[in-house]
Design a binder for this molecule. Structure first.
Ligand SMILES: Cc1cc2nc3c(=O)[nH]c(=O)nc-3n(C[C@H](O)[C@H](O)[C@H](O)COP(=O)(O)OP(=O)(O)OC[C@H]3O[C@@H](n4cnc5c(N)ncnc54)[C@H](O)[C@@H]3O)c2cc1C
Ligand SMILES: *[C@@H]1O[C@H](CO)[C@@H](O)[C@H](O)[C@H]1NC(C)=O
Ligand SMILES: *[C@@H]1O[C@H](CO)[C@@H](O)[C@H](O)[C@H]1NC(C)=O
Ligand SMILES: *[C@@H]1O[C@H](CO)[C@@H](O)[C@H](O)[C@H]1NC(C)=O
Ligand SMILES: *[C@@H]1O[C@H](CO)[C@@H](O)[C@H](O)[C@H]1NC(C)=O
Length: 453
């Protein structure tokens, strides 16, 4: 009854009336970057909260685990890290505010440096005591005016149910694989995996490997496998003008038409003998613990309708973090976490349901008018910096400096110039708008041990 008090909040240019819930009960799901940053800001605002995390670790997808499929508790393997992964964005865009990466970490750190960084983040902000590890959320239902959250201790199998006023979902979206449906796949005699289960190149030594997809994983894994394989056939339809001088055993191919017992036919009619296939075909949005009471429409490639890419419009006490594509994801997650804490703290009020729908509808109309698939509703792309400005204007959070977006644009250009050297650039932020880069001339790439046929 008495959960709301009315507070007058001053921010930026004026005053507005904000409703603040007294002692809101807040549940954060996941202890990856989304959950950890949210925990930090809720804590700073003195708000009570519980984080439920299915594994015994913080850091989410940044933990490398040589196992695939299931973990030590027979729980679906969450992480997609592979041994040689280095970040695909430079340090300044991978750092959380007020907590820089170590000076001696490389410009594009490996997963190990970055995972340690997230572990020390959790320690530094003393977040672990608010995290219930090994608690897998199995259902979230809207019931009258509360969220009923059911979770299960994955070792003891004990089930729990609690009521919350706010639910912040930070379960990531790199664990449910998107598999292509390729004719003849069932007849293929070699191995087929998804990049989710890719760990090391070793099994591909002296083999002919087909890699499908040109997202970040497809590009990186192709080059990783090419260091040991006889040949990599990289099948994709990206039209980006890529000037990379690929190794000799890397062969660009168009889309796949069909697989056979020991080979592949491409849409241009060419055929190649292959031993193994790696699908780098991306992931699907997956929230198995939500049902229709959430008010969301969830498909493999879209979650709608969301205000400002994160607030569940029909149930605005639920926020979904990280549903932005083509952005500095870490920076975006941190900004969303600060916005979420400000919302729960009552620093600002959301607009009316109709106004939130109108914001979403405008974005939807643009996607439709451009004839793009609905998945583009999650693309920040050229709108990234404007997004940060909007979050600040509405909630009063500190603005993400425009230099972050500028660095990302530079990084994209640099990848197209040469995927083999872009990680040798060091980025230095000069001020909120400017940066410099320097090219490290020392070549320390892994030697290509490929089997020349
Ligand atoms: C291979 C790979 C490379 C990447 N490289 C980069 C990069 O270079 N730069 C970059 O900015 N981004 C990169 N990303 C994107 C990456 O997703 C983000 O950097 C960030 O880690 C996302 O954090 P998150 O907290 O949203 O999700 P996650 O890190 O996925 O964490 C989600 C957490 O939620 C937990 N969880 C899931 N379901 C439940 C449940 N039902 N109950 C309880 N807990 C649950 C999981 O165990 C996990 O700990 C990469 C992603 C992958 C997969
Ligand atoms: C936080 O939660 C604890 C335990 O539920 C409770 O004792 C405490 O009063 C709460 N504090 C606030 C400020 O709500
Ligand atoms: C692991 O889970 C699967 C299905 O969820 C089950 O069939 C199998 O018996 C379990 N294995 C162990 C060791 O518990
Ligand atoms: C795969 O494609 C075949 C033929 O086009 C179709 O019959 C089948 O239902 C598809 N399977 C899936 C999982 O989409
Ligand atoms: C960025 O650099 C330009 C050119 O040197 C300068 O005019 C501008 O003031 C700088 N921006 C900031 C925020 O200092």
């Amino acid at each position: 009854m008495f959960r709301y008090i009315i507070a007058i909040c001053a921010y930026q240019v004026g005053f507005l009336l904000a409703a603040k819930m007294t002692n809101p009960r807040v549940c954060v799901i996941g202890a990856g970057i989304a959950g950890l940053t949210t925990a930090r800001y809720l804590k700073e605002d003195g708000i009570n909260f519980t984080v439920l995390e299915a594994t015994r670790y913080v850091g989410g997808t940044w933990r490398y685990d040589p196992r695939v499929d299931v973990d030590e508790n027979n729980v679906t393997m969450y992480t997609s890290m592979y041994k040689h992964l280095q970040t695909n964005l430079p340090k300044p865009t991978m750092e959380l505010p007020g907590f820089p990466l170590p000076d001696d970490a490389p410009s594009y750190p490996g997963w190990e440096d970055y995972y340690k960084y997230l572990q020390s983040y959790a320690k530094h902000f003393d977040l672990e005591k608010n995290i219930k590890f090994l608690h897998n959320v199995i259902s979230i239902k809207r019931d009258e005016n509360v969220w009923r959250v059911k979770h299960k201790q994955v070792v003891t199998k004990e089930e729990f149910e609690e009521e919350y006023d706010y639910v912040v979902i930070g379960t990531g979206h790199h664990s449910k694989t998107h598999m292509p449906n390729i004719t003849g796949e069932e007849t293929f005699k070699g191995t087929i995996i998804h990049s989710h289960s890719y760990r090391v190149p070793d099994p591909y030594k002296c083999r002919r490997v087909l890699i499908i997809g040109a997202g970040p994983s497809g590009m990186d894994i192709s080059l990783d496998v090419a260091t040991v394989s006889t040949t990599v056939f990289h099948s994709h339809h990206s039209t980006a003008e890529d000037l990379t001088p690929y190794p000799e055993n890397y062969v660009k191919k168009p889309d796949v038409k069909a697989l056979s017992e020991s080979g592949v036919v491409f849409v241009d009619g060419t055929f190649e003998e292959i031993d193994d296939v790696i699908y780098c075909t991306g992931y699907e949005y997956y929230y198995p613990f939500l049902d229709e009471s959430s008010g969301l429409s969830i498909s493999h490639h879209s979650v709608i309708p969301l205000y400002r890419y994160l607030v569940n419009i029909h149930q605005p006490t639920m926020v979904l973090l990280g549903l932005v594509v083509r952005a500095c994801v870490v920076i975006a997650l941190d900004a969303q976490a600060r916005y979420t804490a400000a919302l729960i703290n009552g620093n600002f009020n959301l607009p009316s349901h109709d106004e939130m729908m109108a914001e979403w509808q405008r974005r939807y109309d643009v996607v439709k008018s451009q004839g793009k698939p609905l998945s583009h509703i999650h693309f920040l792309e050229a709108k990234e910096d404007e997004y940060y400005a909007d979050l600040t204007k509405e909630s009063g959070i500190a603005r993400v400096p425009p230099v972050m977006f500028k660095i990302r644009i530079n990084d994209i250009k640099s990848k197209l110039e040469n995927l083999l050297v872009y990680r040798r650039y060091t980025y230095k932020v000069l001020d909120s708008e400017n940066f410099t880069t320097t090219l490290d001339t020392v070549q320390n790439e892994r030697k290509n041990e490929s089997c020349v046929p």
